[in-house]
Write a protein that binds this ligand. Structure first.
Ligand code: AMP
Ligand code: GLY
Length: 430
């Protein structure tokens, strides 16, 4: 079967790498892809926003499945237009993508179906939001309703900061995404990312992961798209997974189906594990980046039939196997990211780095120029490793990084610290 993969990040390189291992795969195309994906797939310069062009490409290249990586084309209705053209796609409809596209939509769904989440109110004007904030306990969370590339969330310690965040949203800091604002209760606890394949009716749990959102060691500095991740997440013990499936994932799947907008694709729940159990922070309607990289490193089963079963609505007869190993990925970013950064530097030593036992390198913001790897983005590479323990996976990843020659890059040196501390504690007590 020929597959077209949409996207250009580390997530899509990991998906390409996993798809490439499938005996069912014919040709793999990627649009637009990146410097690493082009080694695993044929990269094509398609305008993904031009759905007619994507459909024409699928017809001329006998594409059996389109795998849509990022949220923007999902929210824009690419899966709907492919379905209307009778082309199979992995990824939710525009209506179901509202789970990521509108925070207020998801909050209302939680209210209607009794899904645990922080208390909230939606606002369309600053005056009403300010009045509500006047009586709200601190800290309080202010969010732009729409897609804001992870930047539309402010955790305000003071009412002044909260009001400033409201004003910034309504003043257009996040464009149309900020024309509605959600004010939300602050949830205290440890965060985890949980993933499930959903075929409209049935949810099949994948693994859990934890990422590191801050730019610098010790969880300092600005928020980023994610500087590293690991899986499994030690806090997601079997009872916590079952509670999450029972109270959050299954009611969401049932609620979306009951509303006539069934969800098909991968549901990514950002969870806060509170003293009262797991609560939903937010949904994404795609794999996480860099969480996907560590999930693909741990997936033992063939990915392609799992994506097909999701699209075909037959997950109830499906099962997946996972490696017990720990997978951990460190993101190498351009100096300056998540602020402004320079592009165009060369990265050397990648072949030597990839030769470290258990290591895979997934490209994000790179391009190939005469076989040289050039940095072209904010997040540039993922150095991912598998190991029997967190400590081993982490040693391997950082041993590989030590072989990479890229003075223009920066990365965190403490990825996995929380899981490593837990691992060391449990060693002391057993
Ligand atoms: P989001 O884009 O909604 O995932 O928010 C980004 C980050 O802000 C989350 O990963 C959390 O660390 C934090 N956050 C969002 N909402 C809350 C909340 N209600 N309570 C505590 N932290 C939150
Ligand atoms: N790493 C978080 C995300 O993909 O949204």
């Amino acid at each position: 079967m020929n597959v077209l993969l949409i996207g250009s990040g580390g997530r899509e390189h990991a998906l390409a790498w996993a798809l490439r291992a499938s005996p069912l795969l014919g040709e793999l195309y990627a649009a637009p892809g990146n410097g690493g994906i082009c080694r695993d797939a044929t990269c094509v310069a398609l305008d993904v926003a031009d759905h007619a062009a994507v459909i024409a490409f699928c017809r001329s290249h006998a594409i059996g499945l389109v795998v849509i990586g990022p949220e923007a084309p999902l929210v824009a209705g690419l899966a709907d237009d492919l379905a209307a053209a009778d082309i199979k796609a992995f990824g939710p409809s525009a209506a179901a993508s509202q789970l990521e596209g509108s925070k207020g939509f998801t909050k209302d769904l939680c209210r209607d179906f009794g899904i645990p989440t922080g208390a909230y109110r939606r606002f369309r004007d600053a005056e009403a939001a300010r009045a509500y904030l006047a009586g709200h306990p601190l800290p309080v969370v202010v969010k732009a309703d729409g897609l804001a590339a992870g930047k539309g969330v402010v955790i305000a310690e003071t009412r002044e900061d909260a009001c400033a965040a409201v004003d910034a949203c309504f003043a257009g800091a996040f464009g149309a995404a900020g024309s509605e604002v959600v004010v939300e209760e602050f949830l205290d606890g440890e965060e985890a990312s949980f993933f499930a394949l959903v075929d409209g009716k049935t949810a099949l749990p994948l693994a859990a992961a934890q990422d590191h959102k801050r730019a610098f060691d010790g969880d300092q500095g600005p928020n980023t798209g994610g500087m590293g991740a690991y899986s499994p997440a030690p806090v997601m013990a079997p009872a916590m997974v079952e509670a999450t499936m029972e109270r959050i994932i299954r009611p969401t799947v049932a609620g979306m189906a009951a509303r006539g907008t069934p969800f098909k694709g991968v549901l990514f729940a950002g969870l806060m594990l509170t003293a009262e159990g797991p609560k939903l922070i937010e949904y994404n309607v795609r794999f996480g980046d860099p969480e996907c990289q560590v999930l693909m490193m741990r997936l033992k089963s063939d990915l392609l039939p799992a994506l097909l079963a999701t699209a075909d609505g037959v997950l109830d007869t499906f099962d997946l196997r996972w490696h017990d190993d720990v997978a951990l990925t460190v993101v190498l970013a351009s100096k300056g990211y998540p602020g402004s950064y320079a592009s165009g530097s060369e990265i050397r030593g990648l072949a030597a780095a990839a030769a470290v036992d258990g290591v895979e390198i997934f490209h994000a913001g790179t391009t190939l120029r005469d076989d040289r790897t050039i940095a072209t983005g904010g997040r540039v590479l993922n150095v991912a490793a598998r190991g029997a323990t967190v400590a081993e996976a982490r040693e391997r990843a950082y041993a590989a990084i030590a072989r990479i020659d890229w003075p223009e890059g920066h990365w965190r040196n403490d990825i996995g610290w929380r899981a490593l501390a837990r691992e060391e504690n449990s060693k002391d007590t057993t």
